[in-house]
Design a protein around this ligand. Structure first.
Ligand SMILES: [Zn+2]
Ligand SMILES: [Zn+2]
Length: 86
C-alpha cells in the first residue's frame, strides 16, 4: 500500500509522480499532488494546474497575471488558450 505524502491517506489507488529533478512523490489524489507540486501564481496566488506562464523563472497562471505583475516582458505574452486567431 502507498501512503499519500500530503494527507497520509493509505490508499490502494495511490500513484507516484516523478518530478524533473528525479524526486518521486506519492499521492492518493490529484488534489494532494497539486497541493504539493503545483507552482503558485505570483500575482493572484492561485495554484497553477494548467500550463501556466513562465517569465524569467517566475510563474503565473495566465498572461494577464504576468502583465499585471509588471514583468518587463509581460507584453510579449499572450494566452493561447481560447484566443481567437486574428
Ligand atoms: Zn492525500
Ligand atoms: Zn494568476
Amino acid at each position: 500500500m502507498a501512503v499519500c505524502e500530503v494527507c497520509g491517506n493509505d490508499y490502494w489507488l495511490a500513484f507516484e509522480v516523478r518530478a524533473a529533478s528525479g524526486d518521486t512523490h506519492t499521492f492518493d489524489s490529484f488534489e494532494c499532488a497539486i497541493h504539493r507540486m503545483a507552482p503558485t501564481c505570483e500575482h493572484c496566488q492561485c495554484r497553477i494546474v494548467g500550463h501556466g506562464v513562465e517569465v524569467d523563472g517566475r510563474f503565473f497562471c495566465c498572461a494577464h497575471c504576468a502583465r499585471s505583475s509588471g514583468m518587463a516582458r509581460g507584453h510579449e505574452i499572450k494566452d493561447t488558450v481560447g484566443a481567437h486567431p486574428s
